[in-house]
Design a binder for this molecule. Structure first.
Ligand code: UD1
Length: 335
């Protein structure tokens, strides 16, 4: 039994990663402060994996609780660290909350855990900012962050890059996620946005479900073929499986340096209008939308070069955007 700690394991990507870990023979154990999820997700994960999920409600900013946890859990073999705040707009309004939660949480984790434990870190394509060159490659330099959220991802990577392998600290892999969408095929777990969704797919599915009037397409005069922004939308289960590949690289000590970075996307750019049309094709539902002004802070194009992940991790995304969008719709219908 190889026990892997998943911080934020009841959240959107964390819950799917618990399933992927279990399917690959690992035993996920979870800590989560439940700030952006629901405790009912625990039972849903258990029903998918067919076994109990060890869980403790712990906030990573509570260093005393975290130390006690690690004193009890002596047989962990690795950590996948998701627990963090992730709303770009909220981070602009509450920057200190983001720095405290995401950076203090990370430092507490690093200083409380048994030093040698390897870590997979949730990073984001936001670290690249607006790049003139696409697709984005791992060695492109960081651009100045446009939001405190983005800044916490850049700082998180830097903290890990400087500390990995030093003073007996274990190795780290940072995964730069592109745009995760969709849900598990059982429709038991998925994205649970609090309040009005900020991200495209949850807003779209809530609109089709009648909870919102219309989807606003932010900007239609960008220098792209149809004038709307281009992103790299990846099925959350493909993303979850990338964590297992990265973890196995560290557990098997195959990594070439103590800190490595991989883009996790499909490698395919998709515009907002293309995504809407794919949703309509996949589900047979009509999406009511209207054009609205561009959203401040949005980059025009961001999609991944996934060659590094393919060659080194032996991982690539397998599911289509239609499959991802139908799973998002099935999940929405369960809500
Ligand atoms: C953002 C962050 C990313 C973060 C992710 C998850 C940046 C640059 N990106 O991704 O780091 O991991 O959120 O929170 O900070 N759109 C609409 N209408 C909507 C919503 C979105 O047209 O109602 C458009 C956006 O303009 C964008 C695309 O859909 O072109 C995707 O937006 P979204 O789902 O919010 O993700 P990102 O902004 O790409």
């Amino acid at each position: 039994m190889t026990k892997i700690l998943v911080t934020g394991g009841l959240g959107y990507i964390g819950s799917h990663t618990c399933v992927a870990l279990s399917q690959s023979g690992y035993t996920p154990v979870v800590i989560d402060n439940l700030s952006n999820t629901d405790i009912r997700i625990k039972a849903r994960i258990e029903s998918i994996i067919g076994q109990p999920l060890a869980f403790q409600k712990i906030d990573l900013c509570d260093s005393a609780a975290l130390s006690t946890y690690f004193e009890q859990e002596k047989d962990l073999q690795g950590i996948i660290h998701f627990a963090a705040l992730k709303a770009v707009g909220e981070s602009v309004d509450k920057p200190l909350l983001y720095f405290q939660n995401n950076i203090e949480g990370l430092i507490n984790l690093l200083t409380s855990k048994s030093p040698s434990l390897p870590i997979i870190f949730s990073s984001s394509c936001t670290v690249y900012g607006e790049s003139a060159q696409q697709p984005l490659q791992e060695d492109f330099p960081f651009q100045k962050a446009v939001s405190p959220y983005g800044s916490t991802k850049q700082m998180g990577e830097e903290i890990l890059q400087f500390s990995a392998g030093k003073n007996n600290q274990g190795s780290v892999i940072a995964l730069r996620y592109f745009n995760p969408i969709g849900a598990h095929s059982s429709a038991q777990i998925g994205e649970l946005p609090k309040g009005i969704p900020q991200n495209l797919v949850p807003f779209l599915t809530q609109t089709v479900a009648g909870k919102r009037d219309k989807l606003s397409v932010f900007g239609h005069q960008y220098p792209t073929p149809d004038g709307t922004c281009i992103r790299d939308y990846i099925h959350v289960m493909d993303l979850a499986e990338a964590h297992v590949s990265a973890l196995e690289r560290l557990l098997n000590k195959k990594n070439k340096s103590p800190f490595e970075v991989f883009n996790i996307g499909t490698g395919k750019g998709c515009s907002v209008l293309e995504l809407i049309h794919s949703f309509e094709k996949a589900t047979g539902e009509k999406v009511p939308y209207t054009f609205a002004p561009p959203r401040p802070g949005d980059v025009t194009i961001a999609y991944a070069d996934t060659t590094h992940a393919q060659k080194v991790l032996g991982w690539s995304a397998k599911r289509s955007i239609e499959e991802a969008l139908s799973s998002a719709w099935n999940w929405e219908k369960q809500q």
